[in-house]
Design a binder for this molecule. Structure first.
Ligand code: F6R
Length: 232
């Protein structure tokens, strides 16, 4: 039995997860065409973004009034660096969905002011770090942790190495704070694979603690869509 405000939806595999997540996001955009979305990159949401891109290309859904808000970014990269998370968000989400407005994460104070001017985040789409990190909010991250520049921890370096093959992982980053994530009107957490099983249990059933930043998501309206490998 999940606690109030938390919905757990288990899908047979990662493709079914993507369809279900796309349905969830599309319903939110239909209800509010000017939705503001905090957008994770990483591997987990990519099939969902691809599914949304196909629906947008068919004209099934219109994202043109949505605002995409960047969740995290490495520091010290040029715009054209293949490791730019801005570039990754553009390629995987903004361009295929036909989104015209995005907020870039470059300066913490300006970013939080931009979000306030937007009226807050309506929906945060997040992946789950192997240790419960969200964005680059590594444990311990209290609920008040602001948008900030940080040195990547060994855990962040390790989980990001998978993305870049031969390229190094940058040493510093900027992340939307826990304050921004926990102020979202809704959070969609996507989780797949057996390697996420333990941390998903701790996220949903362990103590709510800064030592597992994702456990703090139970304070906000949270929908988790996971595949069977991540839950059973
Ligand atoms: C990505 C991000 C990270 C990932 C997390 C899970 O923008 O902020 O917190 O969401 O590390 O990564 P994947 O989905 O690759 O397992």
């Amino acid at each position: 039995m999940m606690q109030a405000g938390v919905t757990l939806d288990i899908q047979p595999d990662s493709q079914a997860l993507a369809v279900q997540a796309a349905d969830f996001i599309a319903a939110q955009v239909r209800a509010k065409p000017t939705l503001s979305i905090l957008v994770a990159t990483g591997n987990t949401p990519m099939p969902t973004y691809a599914e949304l891109g196909r629906r947008a290309a068919r004209g099934d859904i219109d994202f043109s009034r949505v605002t995409a808000v960047q969740l995290d970014e490495y520091l010290g990269l040029s715009d054209h660096d293949p490791r730019s998370l801005w570039g990754w968000m553009e390629r995987s989400f903004v361009t295929p969905l036909g989104i015209r407005q995005s907020i870039r994460l470059a300066d913490p104070a300006a970013f939080e002011a931009d979000i306030a001017a937007l009226g807050g985040i309506d929906l945060a789409i997040l992946g789950l770090g192997p240790n419960g990190h969200l964005g680059f909010n590594e444990p311990p991250s209290p609920p008040t942790a602001p948008t900030r520049v940080l040195a990547l921890t060994p855990a962040s370096l390790e989980s990001n190495r998978a993305y870049w093959g031969e390229l190094s992982v940058p040493t510093h980053a900027i992340t939307a704070g826990m304050n921004v994530i926990l102020s979202a009107r809704a959070v969609l957490l996507l989780v797949n694979g057996a390697h996420k099983r333990d941390i998903l249990r701790r996220t949903l059933e362990g103590p709510e603690t800064p030592d597992v930043p994702s456990s703090l998501l139970r304070r906000v309206p949270l929908t988790v869509i996971a595949d069977e490998a991540a839950w059973t």
